[in-house]
Design a protein around this ligand. Structure first.
Ligand code: NAD
Length: 437
């Protein structure tokens, strides 16, 4: 039996960051991984999609080059090259993760629980007072006839050739990011979303902005669509606002949420689950079994890489604010949010004011040719910033100022009284903040 201080199953951003920090603090850490280092984020999620998003942005920019006074010849899309570039970036970052893990004992193989305090992997048994499950998630499957004919995000990220047309079932984060990428490469994309608006967790006004923007780029987006079946000729049958409709394409992609991946033997430990995710105490990340912790997608609290890493920090006893988690969608234009949405503030009976500012009035955005978008700030009657919502250029980076204000409980007035450089996109956030006072 090998004894350690911390055993971690899964080397995604939750697992590898916690392992590296634990080892840096002098702990003996063993990290188990059956696949590549980096988990979903690095291998099948955030990083490869961001590489493709950048290729899509370049394609959109080149298509508009003449407007900027730059003449280019015939534009030829080379998706195979974009896919190869994505793989090169992933490969380089994987090496970075490996070097981060010097000081950590990395064991390659399928780890399983043989008891609540023992993990077996590659013919060895390991024990530690702290066992962390950081095994992530996988794409959810649709429970409809013909669901097996559709592909998932793992499949499309491994493609080096694109279909001519694609129906995407699910207008959430993954569905919209792929709609944005593939449409920029000339694929005819139709998105079918069950809810009345895309991106359900986002502020509906921001989601609507993105929907209108994508529509102008030729993406067909159908909301209030209940998908009922996929037939062998790649036709998706749906009920749209109560009426039957069908949508045909060369490929059907489902992006309808994700399910936890659990290590074998975990359920025999008597651990409590919640909708298939490991139930944890959000203050400590400990599960219902003493000594077993879960971080990242596996606990279902927040399916974002940075949340997984922050939960690992909490588990190690470091100071981290888990109440304020910014999130972003890397579409063109980007969307980002932090804090409460307007409907949530209304449902909570809050006394608040909404301030808005558009990028049309922003010199930098106009000069960039990316003036499509809006910033929205919610400020409570006592002056606290409740939420910030952005659709527009570099939204994912801009949101951080609002995240700091909310997390540090700074009043919106301190954002307003802070000088924002000119000409910068951040002036639009300051203008929305001012309008919310
Ligand atoms: P999601 O929950 O964000 O969106 C799924 C969408 O599918 C929802 O809008 C839902 O209403 C819709 N849907 C569900 N069943 C449907 C049906 N039968 N017909 C039509 N629509 C249906 O899930 P996702 O997009 O698969 O993403 C999974 C997770 O991964 C999310 O939690 C997300 O936060 C995370 N993620 C984050 C990023 C990012 O931060 N940029 C990127 C990718 C994924």
């Amino acid at each position: 039996m090998i004894e350690a201080d911390i055993l971690i199953i899964g080397a995604g951003p939750g697992g590898y960051a916690t392992a590296a920090k634990g080892a840096a603090a002098g702990k003996r850490v063993v990290l188990f991984e059956r696949d590549e280092l980096g988990g979903t984020c690095l291998n099948r999620g955030c990083i490869p999609t961001k590489a493709l998003c950048r290729s899509a942005e370049v394609a959109l920019t080149v298509a508009e080059a003449a407007e900027f006074g730059v003449s280019v010849g015939d534009i030829r899309m080379d998706y195979a090259r974009a896919a190869a570039r994505k793989d090169e970036i992933v490969g380089q970052l994987r090496e970075g993760v490996e070097s981060l893990l010097q000081g950590v004992e990395v064991v390659r193989g399928d780890a399983r629980f043989s008891s609540p305090s023992v993990v077996e992997c590659s013919g060895e048994s390991y024990t530690a007072p702290t066992i962390v499950v950081a095994t992530g998630s996988r794409p959810a499957e649709l429970a409809i006839p013909g669901a097996e004919l559709a592909v998932n995000s793992d499949f499309v990220l491994a493609m080096s050739e694109l279909p001519k047309s694609m129906v995407i079932i699910g207008g959430g984060v993954i569905g919209m990011e792929f709609a944005s990428i593939f449409s920029a490469f000339g694929v005819k994309v139709t998105v079918l979303e069950y809810c009345p608006e895309i991106l359900p967790p986002f502020d509906p006004e921001i989601a609507k902005r993105l929907r209108m923007s994508m529509k102008r780029r030729g993406v067909e987006i159908v909301t209030s669509a209940r998908v009922t079946a996929i037939t062998s000729d790649m036709t998706v049958e749906a009920e749209v606002k109560g009426k039957p409709k069908s949508f045909s394409a060369d490929m059907v992609l489902t992006a309808v949420g994700r399910r936890a991946v659990l290590p074998a033997g975990l359920e025999d430990t008597g651990i409590e689950l919640n909708r298939g995710f490991i139930k944890v105490n959000p203050a400590t990340m400990e599960s219902s079994v003493k000594g077993i912790y879960a971080i990242g997608d596996a606990n279902g609290l927040c399916l974002l890489a940075h949340a997984a890493e922050a939960q690992g920090e909490r588990l190690l006893g470091h100071e981290v604010n888990l109440d304020v988690i910014p999130s972003a969608v890397f579409t063109s234009p980007e969307c980002a949010m932090v804090g409460m949405t307007e409907p949530q503030a209304m449902e909570g009976g809050m006394d608040f004011k909404v301030g808005k500012a558009t990028f049309r009035a922003n010199g930098k955005a106009m000069a960039m040719g990316e003036a499509d978008g809006l910033v929205k700030v919610l400020t409570a009657a006592d002056g606290r910033m409740l939420g910030c919502h952005i659709c527009g250029p570099h939204a994912a980076d801009l949101i951080q100022e609002a995240a700091l204000a909310i997390a540090s409980e700074q009043p919106t007035a301190s954002v307003v009284s802070t000088i924002h450089g000119h000409p910068t996109l951040s002036e639009t956030l300051a203008a929305a903040a001012r309008a919310s006072l």
